[in-house]
Design a protein around this ligand. Structure first.
Ligand SMILES: [Zn+2]
Length: 381
């Protein structure tokens, strides 16, 4: 099979042929193509709480109820996503893991898309501000035996944990995670500078949604934002939905983190739903505005996850001239893959054929026309 489009990297007209899920060749085409047809690697979103009214953080009457998420995300060009389970009772986290395992067992399209699980919490900061909308009663110190139990239940699918570096046993816990191939990300933290340095030395390689999950006001210095920005070994994920971070903050993060800045959606189940008041596991009563801002009903300054997706994050960066199309695309594909799946190369001969064809519209808007996962067409508009 083959697909043609203009490369997301440099706009050159290319033809990609693939078989058995692998890219055989990438060659220049002889015939010119519509210049707005862009071909690139599929998006990887390592932080998806839910989507389209479906929530990975809720117990379902049938795990197959979750099958819609992968399909809706394929429509948005997301070829790989990590269901993200947030702070909860440990037994409830087990049940949430088990239902994703059984979803993958019975649904091939979900199994293809879900290449890992992200556990965000419960080992985060209990402080108001850093903990964001995570329920305080379930926040605990890092517990390796608990993670081992979850990992057994997950059949090894847990590939990422977000924690605060402020816990006394954080270093030994991080080292164990790293030894077992789990990416440790610092987030929802109230850690000191030294604690962040120690976490990086222990093997933490990412900051989760940097600039969010913080106090509204912090000391000018030292503070955990400077500390994380100062560390070249820490990549940073950001939510580029227009609400979580002002454009100038993204500009500065970009200058500091350079090729180590990447996108996540942090989408909650209300993504793609009409405006109104809702009740969510994360934060309880929330309000979704007509503009797409999702906040606690009781406090509009505290966001409760995002109601967007990673494709719209790419468009936001392009529209606001925060990154070129090529770089914004990499922030949503190659860069997150490199962190969570170092062996999973994209968009090269010999790489897995995870590809999307988009039509570029005005103001950076990308319309997904075709999504190919492991060489198989999983969406066509
Ligand atoms: Zn978070």
């Amino acid at each position: 099979m083959n697909i043609q489009g203009n490369s997301y990297r440099d706009g050159s007209a290319i033809d990609i042929s693939f078989s058995e899920g692998i890219i055989d060749s990438i060659s220049e085409t002889q015939t010119p193509l519509d210049e707005n047809l862009i071909l690139g690697p599929g998006f990887t979103d390592i932080q998806v709480n839910g989507y389209g009214g479906i929530d990975y953080n809720e117990i379902q009457s049938d795990p197959m109820n979750l099958a819609g998420i992968s399909r809706l995300l394929y429509q948005e060009g997301v070829t790989t996503h990590f269901p993200t389970i947030i702070t909860n009772d440990p037994d409830q986290i087990s049940r949430l893991i088990l239902q994703i395992v059984s979803l993958r067992k019975s649904d091939e399209l979900s199994r293809m898309s879900i290449e890992g699980l992200h556990i965000e919490g419960p080992f985060i900061s209990p402080m108001d501000g850093p903990r964001g909308a995570h329920p305080k009663e379930f926040i605990i110190a890092p517990d390796w035996s608990m993670v081992q139990k979850w990992q057994l239940e997950a059949k090894g699918l847990i590939k990422m944990i977000t924690l605060s570096a402020e816990w006394e046993n954080a270093v030994s816990f991080i080292e164990r995670c790293v030894d077992h191939g789990i990416l440790v990300s610092i987030g929802h933290t109230n850690a000191t500078h030294q604690q962040i340095l120690d976490a990086v030395n222990a093997g933490s390689r990412l900051s989760t949604h940097l600039g969010n999950g913080m106090h509204t006001n912090i000391a000018r210095h030292p503070n955990y934002l400077w500390s994380q920005l100062s560390q070249d070994d820490l990549s940073a994920s950001i939510i580029a939905d227009g609400f979580h971070l002002p454009a100038e903050v993204i500009q500065v993060f970009h200058k500091v983190k350079k090729e180590n800045l990447l996108l996540v959606s942090d989408s909650v189940s209300l993504s793609g739903m009409p405006a109104g008041d809702y009740k969510l596991h994360i934060g309880g009563e929330v309000t979704l505005t007509a503009e797409g801002k999702l906040h606690l009903k009781s406090n509009p300054s505290i966001l409760a996850g995002s109601a967007s997706n990673i494709r719209s994050g790419v468009s936001f960066l392009i529209k606001n001239k925060l990154a070129s199309l090529a770089e914004a695309w990499e922030m949503a594909s190659v860069r997150p893959e490199k962190l969570v799946n170092p062996g999973h190369i994209l968009f090269k001969e010999g790489a897995i054929a995870d590809l999307i064809l988009c039509r570029k519209h005005e103001e950076g808007k990308l319309e997904v026309l075709k999504t190919i996962k492991h060489g198989r067409e999983v969406f066509s508009s």
